[in-house]
Design a protein around this ligand. Structure first.
Ligand code: B12
Ligand code: SF4
Length: 542
Protein backbone atom coordinates (compact mmCIF):
# COMPACT_ATOMS: atom_id res chain seq x y z
CA UNK A 1 0.00 0.00 0.00
CA UNK A 2 1.02 3.61 -0.49
CA UNK A 3 0.94 5.97 2.49
CA UNK A 4 1.34 9.72 2.44
CA UNK A 5 2.48 11.05 5.82
CA UNK A 6 1.98 14.74 6.55
CA UNK A 7 3.43 16.65 9.51
CA UNK A 8 1.37 19.85 9.55
CA UNK A 9 2.75 23.30 10.40
CA UNK A 10 2.24 25.39 13.52
CA UNK A 11 2.00 28.77 11.79
CA UNK A 12 2.03 30.70 15.07
CA UNK A 13 5.53 29.56 16.00
CA UNK A 14 7.66 28.84 12.94
CA UNK A 15 10.80 28.55 15.06
CA UNK A 16 9.56 25.36 16.78
CA UNK A 17 11.18 22.58 14.77
CA UNK A 18 11.94 18.98 15.69
CA UNK A 19 11.49 15.39 14.53
CA UNK A 20 8.21 14.18 16.08
CA UNK A 21 9.15 10.97 17.87
CA UNK A 22 5.70 9.40 18.24
CA UNK A 23 4.90 9.96 14.57
CA UNK A 24 8.28 8.67 13.40
CA UNK A 25 7.76 5.48 15.42
CA UNK A 26 4.36 5.03 13.78
CA UNK A 27 5.91 5.55 10.35
CA UNK A 28 8.68 3.07 11.17
CA UNK A 29 5.98 0.45 11.78
CA UNK A 30 4.09 1.30 8.61
CA UNK A 31 7.08 1.07 6.33
CA UNK A 32 7.95 -2.43 7.47
CA UNK A 33 5.39 -3.53 4.89
CA UNK A 34 4.34 -0.43 2.93
CA UNK A 35 5.68 2.56 0.98
CA UNK A 36 5.75 5.75 3.02
CA UNK A 37 6.32 9.28 1.66
CA UNK A 38 6.63 12.12 4.17
CA UNK A 39 5.80 15.79 3.68
CA UNK A 40 7.08 17.73 6.66
CA UNK A 41 5.50 21.18 6.77
CA UNK A 42 6.38 21.86 10.41
CA UNK A 43 10.07 21.62 9.66
CA UNK A 44 9.66 23.54 6.42
CA UNK A 45 10.90 20.88 4.07
CA UNK A 46 7.56 20.77 2.22
CA UNK A 47 4.81 23.20 1.29
CA UNK A 48 1.07 23.05 0.67
CA UNK A 49 1.82 22.80 -3.05
CA UNK A 50 3.69 19.56 -2.37
CA UNK A 51 0.68 18.26 -0.44
CA UNK A 52 -1.63 19.05 -3.37
CA UNK A 53 0.74 17.54 -5.91
CA UNK A 54 1.19 14.28 -4.00
CA UNK A 55 -2.51 13.92 -3.30
CA UNK A 56 -3.39 14.60 -6.92
CA UNK A 57 -0.84 12.34 -8.53
CA UNK A 58 0.29 9.84 -5.87
CA UNK A 59 -2.80 7.61 -5.71
CA UNK A 60 -2.31 7.00 -1.98
CA UNK A 61 -4.26 4.38 -0.04
CA UNK A 62 -3.88 6.22 3.26
CA UNK A 63 -2.82 9.61 4.50
CA UNK A 64 -1.34 9.77 8.04
CA UNK A 65 -1.32 13.11 9.85
CA UNK A 66 0.10 13.76 13.33
CA UNK A 67 0.31 16.71 15.64
CA UNK A 68 -0.07 18.61 18.87
CA UNK A 69 -3.10 20.83 19.51
CA UNK A 70 -1.51 23.69 17.56
CA UNK A 71 -1.39 21.49 14.45
CA UNK A 72 -4.99 20.28 14.44
CA UNK A 73 -6.00 23.13 12.17
CA UNK A 74 -3.34 21.82 9.76
CA UNK A 75 -4.85 18.31 10.01
CA UNK A 76 -8.16 19.73 8.86
CA UNK A 77 -6.49 21.55 5.98
CA UNK A 78 -4.73 18.38 4.77
CA UNK A 79 -7.96 16.39 5.07
CA UNK A 80 -9.89 19.03 3.14
CA UNK A 81 -7.37 18.80 0.31
CA UNK A 82 -7.39 15.00 0.38
CA UNK A 83 -11.18 14.97 0.02
CA UNK A 84 -10.98 17.10 -3.11
CA UNK A 85 -7.88 15.65 -4.73
CA UNK A 86 -7.90 11.99 -3.75
CA UNK A 87 -11.32 10.85 -2.55
CA UNK A 88 -10.35 7.20 -2.08
CA UNK A 89 -7.48 7.94 0.35
CA UNK A 90 -8.29 7.05 3.96
CA UNK A 91 -7.24 9.90 6.22
CA UNK A 92 -5.97 8.85 9.66
CA UNK A 93 -5.03 11.41 12.31
CA UNK A 94 -3.16 10.95 15.59
CA UNK A 95 -1.08 12.61 18.27
CA UNK A 96 -1.74 14.39 21.56
CA UNK A 97 -3.71 17.17 19.87
CA UNK A 98 -6.56 14.79 19.08
CA UNK A 99 -6.19 11.43 20.82
CA UNK A 100 -8.59 12.10 23.71
CA UNK A 101 -11.28 13.96 21.74
CA UNK A 102 -12.29 11.51 19.00
CA UNK A 103 -15.73 12.91 18.28
CA UNK A 104 -14.66 16.56 18.33
CA UNK A 105 -11.52 15.98 16.29
CA UNK A 106 -13.13 13.76 13.67
CA UNK A 107 -16.02 16.23 13.29
CA UNK A 108 -13.68 19.18 13.02
CA UNK A 109 -11.03 17.71 10.72
CA UNK A 110 -13.29 15.48 8.64
CA UNK A 111 -10.73 12.64 8.84
CA UNK A 112 -11.79 8.99 8.54
CA UNK A 113 -10.12 7.68 11.68
CA UNK A 114 -8.22 8.75 14.76
CA UNK A 115 -5.59 7.06 16.93
CA UNK A 116 -6.64 6.87 20.58
CA UNK A 117 -3.10 7.41 21.92
CA UNK A 118 -0.19 4.99 21.80
CA UNK A 119 -0.72 2.48 19.04
CA UNK A 120 2.52 1.41 17.32
CA UNK A 121 1.59 -2.25 17.51
CA UNK A 122 -1.77 -1.68 15.84
CA UNK A 123 -0.46 0.18 12.78
CA UNK A 124 0.05 -2.89 10.59
CA UNK A 125 -3.30 -4.48 11.57
CA UNK A 126 -4.97 -1.14 10.86
CA UNK A 127 -3.43 -0.93 7.39
CA UNK A 128 -4.39 -4.55 6.77
CA UNK A 129 -8.00 -3.69 7.60
CA UNK A 130 -7.98 -0.93 4.96
CA UNK A 131 -6.46 -3.33 2.46
CA UNK A 132 -9.10 -5.94 3.25
CA UNK A 133 -11.93 -3.49 2.60
CA UNK A 134 -13.13 -3.32 6.23
CA UNK A 135 -11.23 -0.21 7.34
CA UNK A 136 -10.52 0.09 11.09
CA UNK A 137 -13.05 -2.57 12.02
CA UNK A 138 -11.97 -4.54 15.08
CA UNK A 139 -8.59 -2.79 15.29
CA UNK A 140 -7.82 -1.64 18.81
CA UNK A 141 -6.65 1.92 19.29
CA UNK A 142 -8.81 3.61 16.66
CA UNK A 143 -12.04 5.58 16.49
CA UNK A 144 -13.51 5.86 13.02
CA UNK A 145 -16.30 7.25 10.96
CA UNK A 146 -18.96 4.70 10.08
CA UNK A 147 -21.84 6.22 8.10
CA UNK A 148 -23.04 9.16 10.11
CA UNK A 149 -21.67 8.05 13.46
CA UNK A 150 -18.30 7.47 15.12
CA UNK A 151 -17.28 4.00 16.26
CA UNK A 152 -14.78 3.86 19.10
CA UNK A 153 -12.79 0.63 19.30
CA UNK A 154 -11.09 -0.27 22.62
CA UNK A 155 -7.87 1.55 23.34
CA UNK A 156 -4.67 -0.25 22.30
CA UNK A 157 -2.54 -1.90 24.97
CA UNK A 158 0.45 0.16 26.10
CA UNK A 159 3.77 -0.75 24.56
CA UNK A 160 5.74 -2.32 27.41
CA UNK A 161 8.85 -3.32 25.53
CA UNK A 162 10.02 -0.03 24.05
CA UNK A 163 13.23 -1.64 22.78
CA UNK A 164 11.18 -3.84 20.47
CA UNK A 165 9.96 -0.81 18.52
CA UNK A 166 13.33 -0.31 16.88
CA UNK A 167 14.51 2.98 15.45
CA UNK A 168 12.11 5.83 14.69
CA UNK A 169 11.96 6.59 10.95
CA UNK A 170 14.46 9.44 11.41
CA UNK A 171 15.65 9.24 7.82
CA UNK A 172 12.27 10.34 6.44
CA UNK A 173 12.95 13.73 8.05
CA UNK A 174 15.55 16.36 7.28
CA UNK A 175 17.66 15.36 10.28
CA UNK A 176 20.63 17.23 8.89
CA UNK A 177 18.78 20.56 8.89
CA UNK A 178 16.59 20.04 11.95
CA UNK A 179 19.46 18.98 14.21
CA UNK A 180 21.26 22.27 13.54
CA UNK A 181 18.29 24.47 14.32
CA UNK A 182 18.21 26.54 17.42
CA UNK A 183 15.04 24.99 18.88
CA UNK A 184 16.98 21.79 19.38
CA UNK A 185 19.75 23.43 21.36
CA UNK A 186 21.62 26.66 20.99
CA UNK A 187 24.80 25.93 18.99
CA UNK A 188 24.45 22.16 19.36
CA UNK A 189 24.01 19.47 16.73
CA UNK A 190 21.13 17.95 18.56
CA UNK A 191 18.31 15.42 18.30
CA UNK A 192 15.40 14.37 20.49
CA UNK A 193 15.34 10.80 21.70
CA UNK A 194 13.01 8.76 23.86
CA UNK A 195 14.54 6.87 26.80
CA UNK A 196 11.32 6.30 28.75
CA UNK A 197 7.55 6.78 28.60
CA UNK A 198 5.16 7.75 31.34
CA UNK A 199 5.24 9.69 34.58
CA UNK A 200 3.74 8.69 37.92
CA UNK A 201 2.28 12.14 38.72
CA UNK A 202 -1.03 13.76 37.71
CA UNK A 203 -0.54 17.52 37.36
CA UNK A 204 -3.94 18.70 36.18
CA UNK A 205 -2.69 20.60 33.09
CA UNK A 206 -0.70 17.60 31.85
CA UNK A 207 -1.50 14.54 29.74
CA UNK A 208 -0.75 12.33 32.77
CA UNK A 209 -3.75 13.72 34.64
CA UNK A 210 -5.77 11.81 32.05
CA UNK A 211 -3.52 8.79 31.59
CA UNK A 212 -3.08 8.16 35.32
CA UNK A 213 -6.71 8.53 36.26
CA UNK A 214 -8.78 5.37 35.71
CA UNK A 215 -12.06 7.32 35.93
CA UNK A 216 -11.03 9.79 33.26
CA UNK A 217 -9.68 6.94 31.17
CA UNK A 218 -12.96 5.11 31.17
CA UNK A 219 -14.93 8.33 30.59
CA UNK A 220 -12.85 9.22 27.56
CA UNK A 221 -11.99 5.87 26.08
CA UNK A 222 -14.72 3.67 27.54
CA UNK A 223 -14.32 -0.04 28.27
CA UNK A 224 -11.27 -1.41 29.99
CA UNK A 225 -7.98 0.41 29.72
CA UNK A 226 -4.71 0.02 31.50
CA UNK A 227 -4.84 1.90 34.72
CA UNK A 228 -2.06 4.37 34.17
CA UNK A 229 0.64 5.67 31.93
CA UNK A 230 3.09 3.25 33.57
CA UNK A 231 6.70 4.31 33.53
CA UNK A 232 8.46 2.24 30.92
CA UNK A 233 12.21 2.33 30.40
CA UNK A 234 14.28 1.49 27.36
CA UNK A 235 17.36 -0.59 27.99
CA UNK A 236 20.65 1.25 28.10
CA UNK A 237 21.95 -1.04 25.34
CA UNK A 238 19.20 0.01 22.94
CA UNK A 239 19.77 3.68 23.78
CA UNK A 240 23.47 3.54 23.15
CA UNK A 241 22.92 1.74 19.84
CA UNK A 242 20.55 4.48 18.73
CA UNK A 243 22.91 7.24 19.83
CA UNK A 244 25.79 5.63 17.92
CA UNK A 245 23.55 5.46 14.87
CA UNK A 246 22.72 9.17 15.18
CA UNK A 247 26.39 9.99 15.65
CA UNK A 248 27.59 7.94 12.72
CA UNK A 249 24.87 8.83 10.25
CA UNK A 250 24.29 12.52 11.03
CA UNK A 251 27.15 13.60 13.27
CA UNK A 252 24.81 14.26 16.19
CA UNK A 253 26.70 15.13 19.35
CA UNK A 254 23.89 16.27 21.61
CA UNK A 255 20.74 14.46 22.73
CA UNK A 256 17.58 15.96 24.22
CA UNK A 257 15.69 13.20 26.01
CA UNK A 258 11.96 13.57 25.48
CA UNK A 259 11.27 11.78 28.78
CA UNK A 260 8.63 13.40 30.90
CA UNK A 261 10.24 12.67 34.25
CA UNK A 262 13.90 11.75 34.63
CA UNK A 263 14.45 12.41 38.33
CA UNK A 264 12.25 9.97 40.22
CA UNK A 265 14.15 6.79 39.27
CA UNK A 266 17.41 7.14 41.14
CA UNK A 267 19.15 3.99 39.91
CA UNK A 268 18.14 4.80 36.36
CA UNK A 269 19.72 8.25 36.62
CA UNK A 270 23.02 6.67 37.68
CA UNK A 271 22.80 3.91 35.09
CA UNK A 272 22.09 6.28 32.19
CA UNK A 273 24.67 8.83 33.26
CA UNK A 274 27.31 6.13 33.44
CA UNK A 275 26.34 4.65 30.07
CA UNK A 276 26.34 8.01 28.28
CA UNK A 277 29.76 9.04 29.57
CA UNK A 278 31.90 7.05 27.09
CA UNK A 279 29.75 8.09 24.11
CA UNK A 280 31.06 11.64 24.21
CA UNK A 281 27.65 13.26 23.74
CA UNK A 282 26.20 16.14 25.70
CA UNK A 283 22.57 15.84 26.74
CA UNK A 284 19.56 17.58 28.20
CA UNK A 285 16.57 16.09 29.98
CA UNK A 286 13.43 17.03 31.91
CA UNK A 287 12.61 16.37 35.51
CA UNK A 288 10.97 17.59 38.65
CA UNK A 289 13.05 20.04 40.66
CA UNK A 290 11.64 18.59 43.89
CA UNK A 291 13.16 15.21 43.04
CA UNK A 292 16.55 16.62 42.06
CA UNK A 293 19.29 15.87 44.55
CA UNK A 294 23.01 16.57 44.55
CA UNK A 295 24.03 12.95 43.94
CA UNK A 296 21.74 12.55 40.94
CA UNK A 297 22.68 15.92 39.46
CA UNK A 298 26.40 15.28 39.99
CA UNK A 299 26.15 11.90 38.26
CA UNK A 300 24.31 13.53 35.37
CA UNK A 301 26.86 16.28 35.03
CA UNK A 302 29.69 13.75 35.09
CA UNK A 303 27.85 11.79 32.40
CA UNK A 304 27.81 14.76 29.99
CA UNK A 305 24.47 16.33 30.91
CA UNK A 306 24.49 20.02 29.98
CA UNK A 307 21.23 20.91 31.66
CA UNK A 308 17.90 19.86 33.02
CA UNK A 309 14.49 21.28 32.27
CA UNK A 310 12.74 21.80 35.58
CA UNK A 311 8.95 22.10 35.45
CA UNK A 312 8.72 24.45 38.42
CA UNK A 313 5.50 26.15 37.21
CA UNK A 314 4.99 28.41 40.25
CA UNK A 315 6.62 29.67 43.41
CA UNK A 316 3.35 29.51 45.33
CA UNK A 317 2.56 26.46 47.45
CA UNK A 318 -1.16 27.28 47.08
CA UNK A 319 -0.83 27.06 43.30
CA UNK A 320 1.27 23.89 43.46
CA UNK A 321 -1.59 22.32 45.39
CA UNK A 322 -4.24 23.61 42.98
CA UNK A 323 -2.24 22.23 40.04
CA UNK A 324 -2.06 18.84 41.80
CA UNK A 325 1.73 19.05 41.46
CA UNK A 326 2.23 16.95 44.62
CA UNK A 327 5.26 19.13 45.34
CA UNK A 328 6.56 20.91 48.39
CA UNK A 329 8.13 24.29 47.84
CA UNK A 330 11.07 23.53 50.18
CA UNK A 331 11.99 20.56 48.03
CA UNK A 332 11.83 22.65 44.86
CA UNK A 333 14.15 25.17 46.52
CA UNK A 334 16.47 22.33 47.51
CA UNK A 335 16.51 20.95 43.95
CA UNK A 336 17.35 24.30 42.33
CA UNK A 337 20.00 24.93 44.99
CA UNK A 338 21.50 21.50 44.35
CA UNK A 339 21.76 22.24 40.60
CA UNK A 340 23.54 25.50 41.40
CA UNK A 341 25.88 23.76 43.87
CA UNK A 342 26.77 21.05 41.41
CA UNK A 343 27.15 23.54 38.57
CA UNK A 344 24.55 22.01 36.28
CA UNK A 345 22.57 24.41 34.06
CA UNK A 346 18.79 24.33 34.14
CA UNK A 347 15.77 25.75 32.38
CA UNK A 348 13.20 26.95 34.92
CA UNK A 349 9.76 26.55 33.35
CA UNK A 350 6.95 28.62 34.86
CA UNK A 351 3.27 29.09 34.13
CA UNK A 352 0.90 31.91 35.01
CA UNK A 353 -2.89 32.02 35.01
CA UNK A 354 -3.77 28.52 36.18
CA UNK A 355 -7.29 28.45 37.71
CA UNK A 356 -7.02 29.91 41.21
CA UNK A 357 -4.14 32.26 40.37
CA UNK A 358 -4.45 35.61 42.19
CA UNK A 359 -2.42 38.77 42.68
CA UNK A 360 -1.05 37.19 45.86
CA UNK A 361 0.05 33.93 44.26
CA UNK A 362 1.77 35.82 41.43
CA UNK A 363 3.59 37.88 44.05
CA UNK A 364 4.63 34.62 45.76
CA UNK A 365 6.19 33.48 42.47
CA UNK A 366 8.04 36.79 42.20
CA UNK A 367 9.30 36.44 45.78
CA UNK A 368 10.37 32.87 45.10
CA UNK A 369 12.32 33.94 42.01
CA UNK A 370 13.87 36.81 43.90
CA UNK A 371 15.06 34.47 46.64
CA UNK A 372 16.31 31.92 44.14
CA UNK A 373 17.90 34.49 41.80
CA UNK A 374 15.69 33.40 38.90
CA UNK A 375 13.91 35.32 36.17
CA UNK A 376 10.20 34.53 36.05
CA UNK A 377 9.32 34.01 32.37
CA UNK A 378 5.95 32.28 32.61
CA UNK A 379 3.86 30.89 29.76
CA UNK A 380 0.11 31.48 30.10
CA UNK A 381 -1.59 28.30 31.27
CA UNK A 382 -3.33 27.10 28.11
CA UNK A 383 -6.28 24.81 27.77
CA UNK A 384 -4.90 21.93 25.66
CA UNK A 385 -6.66 18.64 24.99
CA UNK A 386 -5.35 15.69 26.95
CA UNK A 387 -5.55 17.15 30.43
CA UNK A 388 -7.98 17.04 33.33
CA UNK A 389 -8.18 20.81 33.24
CA UNK A 390 -9.32 20.67 29.63
CA UNK A 391 -11.98 18.03 30.16
CA UNK A 392 -13.38 19.86 33.15
CA UNK A 393 -13.60 23.21 31.35
CA UNK A 394 -13.96 22.62 27.63
CA UNK A 395 -17.76 22.55 27.57
CA UNK A 396 -18.07 25.93 29.23
CA UNK A 397 -15.07 27.63 27.65
CA UNK A 398 -14.89 26.52 24.05
CA UNK A 399 -17.81 27.80 22.07
CA UNK A 400 -16.61 26.87 18.62
CA UNK A 401 -13.94 24.27 17.83
CA UNK A 402 -13.03 25.89 14.54
CA UNK A 403 -12.25 29.10 16.40
CA UNK A 404 -10.35 27.22 19.07
CA UNK A 405 -8.08 25.21 16.74
CA UNK A 406 -7.71 28.10 14.26
CA UNK A 407 -6.59 30.46 16.99
CA UNK A 408 -4.29 27.92 18.69
CA UNK A 409 -2.46 27.35 15.44
CA UNK A 410 -1.71 30.98 14.80
CA UNK A 411 -0.68 32.36 18.18
CA UNK A 412 2.36 31.78 20.34
CA UNK A 413 0.25 30.88 23.34
CA UNK A 414 3.12 31.18 25.82
CA UNK A 415 2.87 34.96 25.55
CA UNK A 416 -0.70 35.28 24.24
CA UNK A 417 -3.66 34.77 26.51
CA UNK A 418 -5.98 32.29 24.80
CA UNK A 419 -8.33 31.69 27.73
CA UNK A 420 -8.27 33.55 30.98
CA UNK A 421 -8.74 30.73 33.50
CA UNK A 422 -8.49 33.01 36.54
CA UNK A 423 -10.95 35.41 38.17
CA UNK A 424 -8.69 38.34 37.36
CA UNK A 425 -9.73 40.59 34.48
CA UNK A 426 -7.73 39.89 31.28
CA UNK A 427 -5.99 43.26 31.32
CA UNK A 428 -4.93 42.82 34.91
CA UNK A 429 -3.58 39.32 34.38
CA UNK A 430 -1.49 40.55 31.46
CA UNK A 431 -0.28 43.53 33.45
CA UNK A 432 0.62 41.36 36.43
CA UNK A 433 2.55 39.00 34.17
CA UNK A 434 4.59 41.79 32.65
CA UNK A 435 5.17 43.39 36.02
CA UNK A 436 6.29 40.09 37.52
CA UNK A 437 8.76 39.50 34.69
CA UNK A 438 10.02 43.07 34.99
CA UNK A 439 10.47 42.79 38.76
CA UNK A 440 12.45 39.57 38.59
CA UNK A 441 14.65 40.97 35.81
CA UNK A 442 15.21 43.98 38.05
CA UNK A 443 16.22 41.85 41.04
CA UNK A 444 18.45 39.70 38.87
CA UNK A 445 20.31 42.64 37.40
CA UNK A 446 20.39 44.97 40.39
CA UNK A 447 20.48 42.48 43.26
CA UNK A 448 17.82 40.84 45.42
CA UNK A 449 18.02 43.48 48.14
CA UNK A 450 17.68 46.54 45.90
CA UNK A 451 13.91 46.74 46.44
CA UNK A 452 13.65 50.51 46.09
CA UNK A 453 15.57 50.70 42.86
CA UNK A 454 13.68 47.76 41.44
CA UNK A 455 10.40 49.37 42.48
CA UNK A 456 11.39 52.58 40.68
CA UNK A 457 12.44 50.75 37.51
CA UNK A 458 9.57 48.25 37.36
CA UNK A 459 7.06 50.57 35.62
CA UNK A 460 9.61 51.35 32.90
CA UNK A 461 10.43 47.68 32.29
CA UNK A 462 6.74 46.73 32.45
CA UNK A 463 5.94 49.36 29.85
CA UNK A 464 8.78 48.04 27.69
CA UNK A 465 7.38 44.50 27.91
CA UNK A 466 3.89 45.74 27.09
CA UNK A 467 5.26 47.65 24.10
CA UNK A 468 7.19 44.59 22.96
CA UNK A 469 4.00 42.55 22.91
CA UNK A 470 2.43 45.07 20.57
CA UNK A 471 5.42 45.40 18.29
CA UNK A 472 6.20 43.33 15.23
CA UNK A 473 7.63 39.88 16.01
CA UNK A 474 11.19 40.96 15.28
CA UNK A 475 11.15 43.73 17.86
CA UNK A 476 9.68 41.51 20.50
CA UNK A 477 12.40 38.95 19.75
CA UNK A 478 14.94 41.69 20.31
CA UNK A 479 13.55 42.33 23.74
CA UNK A 480 13.50 38.67 24.62
CA UNK A 481 17.11 38.50 23.58
CA UNK A 482 17.99 41.16 26.07
CA UNK A 483 16.46 38.90 28.71
CA UNK A 484 18.41 36.01 27.26
CA UNK A 485 21.64 37.97 27.49
CA UNK A 486 20.89 38.74 31.13
CA UNK A 487 20.35 35.06 31.87
CA UNK A 488 23.50 34.12 29.97
CA UNK A 489 25.61 36.53 31.94
CA UNK A 490 24.61 34.99 35.20
CA UNK A 491 27.35 33.41 37.28
CA UNK A 492 28.17 30.87 38.73
CA UNK A 493 28.28 28.12 36.14
CA UNK A 494 24.85 26.68 36.92
CA UNK A 495 22.86 29.33 35.22
CA UNK A 496 19.22 29.49 34.34
CA UNK A 497 19.21 28.49 30.68
CA UNK A 498 16.81 30.58 28.60
CA UNK A 499 13.71 28.69 27.42
CA UNK A 500 13.60 27.36 23.87
CA UNK A 501 11.49 30.20 22.67
CA UNK A 502 14.31 32.62 23.38
CA UNK A 503 16.93 30.41 21.85
CA UNK A 504 15.19 30.35 18.51
CA UNK A 505 15.73 33.97 17.49
CA UNK A 506 18.25 33.63 14.67
CA UNK A 507 16.15 30.99 13.08
CA UNK A 508 13.34 33.41 12.54
CA UNK A 509 15.56 36.25 11.49
CA UNK A 510 17.38 34.08 8.97
CA UNK A 511 14.21 32.78 7.46
CA UNK A 512 12.24 35.97 7.56
CA UNK A 513 10.91 36.82 4.14
CA UNK A 514 11.33 33.31 2.78
CA UNK A 515 8.24 32.18 0.96
CA UNK A 516 7.25 28.74 2.17
CA UNK A 517 4.44 26.73 3.69
CA UNK A 518 4.20 29.00 6.70
CA UNK A 519 3.24 32.13 4.82
CA UNK A 520 0.81 30.07 2.82
CA UNK A 521 -0.68 28.63 6.04
CA UNK A 522 -1.19 32.07 7.52
CA UNK A 523 -2.86 33.18 4.31
CA UNK A 524 -5.23 30.19 4.40
CA UNK A 525 -5.98 30.84 8.07
CA UNK A 526 -6.88 34.45 7.34
CA UNK A 527 -9.06 33.33 4.47
CA UNK A 528 -10.76 30.85 6.83
CA UNK A 529 -11.57 33.71 9.12
CA UNK A 530 -13.12 35.86 6.45
CA UNK A 531 -15.19 32.91 5.37
CA UNK A 532 -16.24 32.36 8.99
CA UNK A 533 -14.66 28.92 9.45
CA UNK A 534 -12.29 30.06 12.16
CA UNK A 535 -13.58 33.48 12.94
CA UNK A 536 -11.78 35.68 15.43
CA UNK A 537 -11.99 36.88 18.08
CA UNK A 538 -12.61 33.93 20.34
CA UNK A 539 -15.66 34.10 22.54
CA UNK A 540 -15.53 32.63 26.00
CA UNK A 541 -18.14 31.69 28.52
CA UNK A 542 -17.05 32.37 32.07
C1 B12 B 1 8.95 15.46 24.24
C2 B12 B 1 7.86 16.48 24.18
C3 B12 B 1 8.07 17.61 23.42
C4 B12 B 1 9.24 17.76 22.50
C5 B12 B 1 8.90 16.96 21.20
C6 B12 B 1 10.03 16.03 20.96
C7 B12 B 1 9.80 15.12 19.83
N1 B12 B 1 10.85 15.04 19.10
O1 B12 B 1 8.79 14.49 19.63
C8 B12 B 1 9.28 19.29 22.24
C9 B12 B 1 10.26 19.97 23.15
C10 B12 B 1 9.59 19.68 20.81
C11 B12 B 1 7.91 19.68 22.67
C12 B12 B 1 7.42 20.91 22.39
C13 B12 B 1 6.22 21.34 22.81
N2 B12 B 1 5.40 20.69 23.64
CO1 B12 B 1 5.66 18.91 24.27
N3 B12 B 1 5.77 17.19 24.99
C14 B12 B 1 6.66 16.28 24.89
C15 B12 B 1 6.25 15.05 25.72
C16 B12 B 1 6.90 15.15 27.09
C17 B12 B 1 6.51 13.68 25.11
C18 B12 B 1 6.04 13.52 23.67
C19 B12 B 1 6.31 12.13 23.23
O2 B12 B 1 7.31 11.87 22.60
N4 B12 B 1 5.43 11.19 23.61
C20 B12 B 1 5.59 9.79 23.33
C21 B12 B 1 4.98 9.42 21.99
C22 B12 B 1 5.29 7.97 21.66
O3 B12 B 1 3.59 9.59 22.10
P1 B12 B 1 2.74 10.46 21.07
O4 B12 B 1 3.51 11.62 20.61
O5 B12 B 1 1.41 10.69 21.65
O6 B12 B 1 2.59 9.49 19.83
C23 B12 B 1 1.85 8.28 19.89
C24 B12 B 1 0.36 8.41 19.63
O7 B12 B 1 -0.19 9.68 19.88
C25 B12 B 1 0.16 7.95 18.24
N5 B12 B 1 0.31 8.87 17.12
C26 B12 B 1 0.93 10.06 17.07
N6 B12 B 1 0.82 10.58 15.83
C27 B12 B 1 0.13 9.71 15.09
C28 B12 B 1 -0.28 9.76 13.75
C29 B12 B 1 -1.01 8.70 13.24
C30 B12 B 1 -1.44 8.73 11.83
C31 B12 B 1 -1.32 7.59 14.05
C32 B12 B 1 -2.08 6.46 13.49
C33 B12 B 1 -0.92 7.54 15.38
C34 B12 B 1 -0.21 8.61 15.89
O8 B12 B 1 1.15 6.97 18.09
C35 B12 B 1 2.34 7.43 18.75
C36 B12 B 1 3.14 6.24 19.15
O9 B12 B 1 2.43 5.45 20.08
C37 B12 B 1 4.71 15.29 25.80
C38 B12 B 1 4.00 14.59 26.92
C39 B12 B 1 3.45 13.27 26.40
N7 B12 B 1 3.32 12.31 27.24
O10 B12 B 1 3.11 13.10 25.25
C40 B12 B 1 4.63 16.82 25.79
C41 B12 B 1 3.42 17.46 25.15
C42 B12 B 1 3.11 16.72 23.89
N8 B12 B 1 3.90 18.79 24.82
C43 B12 B 1 3.03 19.72 24.96
C44 B12 B 1 3.25 21.08 24.66
C45 B12 B 1 2.17 22.05 25.08
C46 B12 B 1 4.41 21.50 24.01
C47 B12 B 1 4.79 22.92 23.60
C48 B12 B 1 3.69 23.78 23.18
C49 B12 B 1 5.61 23.53 24.74
C50 B12 B 1 6.17 24.91 24.43
N9 B12 B 1 5.71 25.87 25.15
O11 B12 B 1 7.00 25.07 23.58
C51 B12 B 1 5.73 22.66 22.42
C52 B12 B 1 4.94 22.67 21.11
C53 B12 B 1 5.51 21.90 19.97
C54 B12 B 1 4.70 22.03 18.72
N10 B12 B 1 4.33 20.98 18.03
O12 B12 B 1 4.35 23.08 18.34
C55 B12 B 1 1.72 19.16 25.44
C56 B12 B 1 0.76 19.08 24.25
C57 B12 B 1 -0.65 19.41 24.61
C58 B12 B 1 -1.56 19.03 23.47
N11 B12 B 1 -2.65 18.42 23.84
O13 B12 B 1 -1.28 19.26 22.33
C59 B12 B 1 2.16 17.76 26.02
C60 B12 B 1 1.11 16.67 25.91
C61 B12 B 1 2.56 17.97 27.49
C62 B12 B 1 1.37 18.27 28.33
N12 B12 B 1 1.06 19.51 28.58
O14 B12 B 1 0.70 17.40 28.78
N13 B12 B 1 7.30 18.71 23.40
S1 SF4 C 1 5.50 15.84 36.76
FE1 SF4 C 1 5.58 16.71 34.69
S2 SF4 C 1 5.16 14.99 33.29
FE2 SF4 C 1 4.59 14.34 35.36
S3 SF4 C 1 2.39 14.76 35.51
FE3 SF4 C 1 3.46 16.58 36.30
S4 SF4 C 1 3.73 17.94 34.53
FE4 SF4 C 1 3.19 15.91 33.75
Amino acid sequence: MKILAVHPPYPGAPAIQYVPLGFSLVLAQARQQHDVTLLDLLNRSATWKDVDRELETGDYDACFISGFAMQVWGMREVTRRARTLSARTKVVIGGVGVSDIPQIALDYTGADALALGECELEILPMLASIDAGAPFEGVNGFAFRHGDHIVRNPKAALVHDLDALGLPAYDLFDVEGISRRAYNGWGYRSMYMESSRGCPFRCDFCINSVLNDPKMQSQIYGGSTERNSTLRLRSVASLTTEIRHLQERWGIHDIVFSDEEFMTQKQRVFEMSEALKPLGVTWLTSGRADWATRDKLQAMKDGGCRGVLFGIETGSQTMMNLMVKSAKKERVVAGVTAARDVGLGFIANFMIGHPGETRETIQESVDFCREMDLVYLPAYTTLFPNSRMFHERKDTLVKDWAEYFGTLSKIQFASNLLFNLTDLPDAELKRLRNRAIAQTIGFKVLGANRSRLVKALTPVLTAALWTAEHLPARMSFLLRNIVRAILDLHKPAARQIPPYELAARDELAARDGESDGYEESLRILTQDETEGAASAPLTFHR
